[in-house]
Design a protein around this ligand. Structure first.
Ligand code: ATP
Ligand code: MG
Length: 422
């Protein structure tokens, strides 16, 4: 699936970039043709202007007398232009009648009044022709028409076409490779999220399957059993109730994770006095059965520390962390909760001297469903979602959460939340 999408992306990229490239090459070629023609026209114009400048015209008894003898190529009293390249040159009078010519025999009458043309000879040679109306003292004295072969221009353009024909496929190949590479780059986060979602779905299904199997087998046993002992029946219902309760917790946790993605909306944030919140949590938590087997102490500052947040969500984070510390600290251990400020942050640390976490597990500890010892966690009823939920809530508040732990020595969980700027 990913390779197909990558291929599609690369093909579309190549197609789009290729079309732009071909359009660009066509425009460049067009400008090159225009440029070369202009260059040729300038040369042709220069040569015909030199010829026209040598035409002498005089009025005798109101009759115009033309002297073409000094005109290069046309006249006999002048040296031919060196390297003139002109194929033909013809002089027409002001009535467009042929007077004199050099080179190919022209038509007797001029059909146009001026300008540049591209023409093809009978021997398939392309010529550039100019027809120049010649004036003297403001009056038209005739027309000079001359032509040059376009061979040099044609071969320069042919060379240019070869360069384009070689470079265009190479560039297209480079574009295709870039498209493939960019497609891979674009696929990376999608693939990552897809794998993540698949793992999450597989884990969630796996977590739900075991309790469901337990419920089904207990219920089946209840149907088939012929016992009239009410106590046995009650125990069975109790078991089903416990399992269903734990499933309900799992489903609520999953819904929670799905709901609180991204940053919290500002309207749901309140100013929270963190000292008060933590005092309440510790008071409530100290009476919980989880906290009975160890000493739970708190170290809070006298001045009040306030943050912007959702009190219920932050309570949930602290409870999740306290829960872990109490769950993973053997009887007689210590759990300490402290609050202090550090530059622009309110910092809460929950320190225990419990079983700790092996270093190899630390990078994955905030992942959903990750548990160090799955067997033991299952006995203690954990799904491996507590830390993932805590991280999601803290990140939604623009805060940071980190863990330090030494295996069999203890764990420190640290949360930092931005203080309200004064
Ligand atoms: P849940 O919180 O969903 O009930 P859980 O406690 O197993 O289940 P997390 O809170 O996400 O899940 O913790 C993940 C794992 O990290 C735990 O299974 C445990 O192995 C380890 N862990 C977390 N906190 C501590 C701690 N304070 N001491 C030792 N191990 C811990
Ligand atoms: Mg937990």
């Amino acid at each position: 699936m990913f390779n197909r999408s990558r291929r599609n992306l690369a093909s579309w990229f190549t197609l789009t970039m290729g079309s732009i490239l071909i359009m660009f090459a066509a425009i460049v070629y067009y400008w090159e043709v225009i440029d070369k023609l202009e260059e040729l026209d300038r040369l042709l114009y220069k040569k015909t202007s030199v010829m026209a400048a040598n035409v002498k015209s005089e009025l005798h008894n109101s009759q115009r007398q033309l002297d073409l003898e000094h005109v290069p190529l046309l006249g006999s009293m002048v040296q031919p232009l060196p390297d003139s390249q002109l194929v033909y040159a013809s002089w027409y009078d002001e009535q467009k009648q042929l007077v004199q010519f050099f080179g190919t025999i022209p038509s007797d009458r001029l059909s146009i009044s001026g300008g540049f043309d591209t023409i093809k000879t009978d021997s398939d040679v392309w010529l550039r022709q100019v027809t120049l109306p010649v004036y003297q003292n403001g009056s038209l004295i005739g027309y000079l028409q001359a032509a040059m072969p376009m061979t040099a221009t044609e071969s320069a353009l042919a060379e240019f076409r070869i360069v384009l024909a070689i470079s265009a496929p190479i560039t297209l190949g480079v574009v295709a490779l870039t498209g493939w590479w960019l497609g891979g780059l674009a696929m990376q986060p999608i693939r990552y999220n897809y794998d993540h979602l698949q793992r999450f779905t597989a884990d969630a299904s796996h977590e739900l399957r075991s309790p469901l199997t337990a419920i089904i087998s207990n219920a089946q046993y209840g149907f088939l059993s012929k016992t009239t002992d009410l106590e046995v029946q009650r125990q069975r219902f109790h078991k089903i109730f416990d399992i269903a309760k734990s499933m309900s917790t799992l489903v609520s946790n999953l819904l929670f994770l799905a709901r609180y993605q991204g940053k919290l909306p500002t309207e749901s944030l309140q100013v929270i006095d963190f000292n008060n919140l933590l005092v309440q949590i510790i008071d409530d938590y100290a009476t919980q059965p989880d906290a009975q087997h160890l000493s739970l102490v708190s170290k809070l500052p006298n001045n009040s520390i306030t943050v912007l947040g959702d009190a219920d969500l932050l309570r949930q984070v602290v409870i999740n962390l306290l829960n872990n510390s109490c769950k993973y600290t053997p009887a007689g251990g210590h759990v300490q909760l402290q609050l202090f400020t550090q530059s622009r942050w309110a910092v809460i640390q929950i320190i225990d001297n419990g079983i700790g976490i092996p270093e190899a597990d630390l990078p994955y500890i905030f992942e959903r469903f990750y548990r160090v010892d799955k067997k033991r966690s299952r006995q203690t009823g954990g799904f491996g979602l507590g830390l993932a939920i805590a991280q999601q809530i803290i990140q939604a508040h623009g805060g940071k959460i980190s863990i330090k732990s030494v295996f069999q020595k203890g764990t420190t969980l640290e949360i930092a939340l931005p203080l309200i700027p004064i």
